[in-house]
Write a protein that binds this ligand. Structure first.
Ligand code: ADP
Ligand code: MG
Length: 376
């Protein structure tokens, strides 16, 4: 029999690097975290600059609330956040972030620097981080944040991603493939946040590859980002369910009531009619549009909607679906997956069924309109 090996405590730096690997898989996953921070900070303009598919440089500039000078020393420590303080806050989460892990993780697998200015501060501050702590930018210099010129808001600069995790780096695809993943993440957030202006460009390139105006709306954003062929065949449905005092009949709900009444939810869907047929299903699902903006993958919901479309589309053809669900944060469990890719909510089966039914009915009536038109 083999002798048991002694159990040892892992070194702090190793623990942190392993934890970072769970959240930051590739440039696009770092960018997702940073975009969410900008939106949490109330930004109306988000500008992304990328070099080498984000492996050399990923820079995100926002015009949000900024970070207080006093908070900079602990900014990149693990579990430091301005968004959560008690366990019960978890059930009222209205922001994307809450764990305080993103910037910490990034600082363990890349060179992180921050330039930030709040409205009340007279100048901006620049700070550099490595392995969770402030670090001097060059040997001999101080690690303390330095005053500098800058606009209100925050710029996060990530350089040399995965410089210390060569296996991760070599698992990445080409710069162009990583860049297209970055564009895909921004596109989805831009559709869901049409009031916010997004741009994305490569360093040195004169014009952005993606650019959206501020104060737009979802259908316009879909047209701009996914093209006319999808936009011209879009149907729209806004619906929900709210338990009335005397029973549990469905009725139209006012979005502002969602938070007050735990049993209610609303859905806003933009989905293609049977005229549109794509090889691959494009499914954008957000849970809690007003209170927490989450980009999630729910395979159950996806399968249910695929089933609906399989009744109206020829075999092999797929739709485009944008679905934004608003559910009382009390009924949502966001703490299932470190990247929040998976989110669980109460009554998932029944809500899924009701959404599938509504889309089914809407598509069925559209089919009959189309048939009548062809008959004429
Ligand atoms: P979380 O978002 O879970 O709180 P992060 O590591 O992503 O954790 O960010 C830590 C904290 O840094 C946030 O709680 C927020 O206070 C601050 N922060 C990060 N990015 C920004 C930003 N772009 N604008 C303003 N504050 C930010
Ligand atoms: Mg965050």
């Amino acid at each position: 029999m083999t002798e048991p090996l002694p159990i040892r405590r892992l070194q702090e730096s190793l623990i942190n690097r392993i934890a970072a690997g769970e959240i930051i898989h590739r440039p696009a996953s770092a960018l997702k975290e940073l975009l969410e921070n900008c939106l949490d900070a109330g930004a109306t303009s988000i500008r992304v600059t990328v070099k080498d598919g984000g492996m050399k440089l990923l820079q995100i500039q926002d015009n949000g609330c900024g970070i207080r000078r006093a908070d900079l020393p602990i900014l990149a420590e693990r579990f430091t956040t301005s968004k959560l303080s008690t366990f019960s806050d978890l059930s009222r989460i209205t922001t994307y972030g809450f764990r305080g892990e993103a910037l910490a993780s990034i600082s363990h697998v890349a060179h992180l620097s921050v330039v930030t200015k709040t409205k009340t501060e007279t100048c901006a501050w620049k700070a550099h981080y490595l392995d969770g702590a402030l670090v001097e930018p060059k040997p001999g210099q101080t690690a303390e944040p330095k005053p500098c010129a800058g606009n209100d808001g925050t710029t996060i600069i990530i350089e040399n991603l995965f410089y210390n995790t060569p296996t991760r780096l070599s698992a990445l695809r080409s710069a162009s493939e990583e860049y297209s993943r970055i564009l895909d993440v921004i596109t989805k957030y831009a559709v869901h946040n049409p009031k916010v202006s997004f741009t994305c460009k490569k360093t040195g390139s004169p014009s952005p590859d993606l650019s959206t105006p501020s104060s737009s709306d979802v259908p316009q954003a879909i047209r701009l980002l996914y093209g006319h062929s999808i936009a011209k065949d879009l149907l729209h449905a806004s619906f929900g369910s709210k338990k009335k005092a005397d029973g549990d009949e469905d009725m139209e709900v006012d979005e502002s009531e969602v938070q007050a009444d735990g049993e209610s939810w609303t859905a806003d869907a933009h989905f293609t009619n049977p005229n549109y047929q794509s090889k691959k299903m494009l499914f954008l699902l957000f849970i809690n549009r007003l209170i927490s903006y989450r980009l999630v993958e729910s395979s159950r919901m996806k399968r249910a909607l695929e089933a609906v479309y399989s009744g109206v589309l020829p075999k092999g053809a797929s739709p485009f679906i944008y679905l934004s669900l608003q559910i009382n944060p009390r009924d949502v469990d966001v703490n299932v997956h470190p990247t929040k890719k998976e989110v669980h909510f109460l009554n998932e089966d029944s809500i899924t069924d009701q959404i599938a039914d509504t889309l089914q009915q809407s598509l069925a009536s559209q089919m009959s309109i189309l048939l009548t038109m062809h008959a004429d």
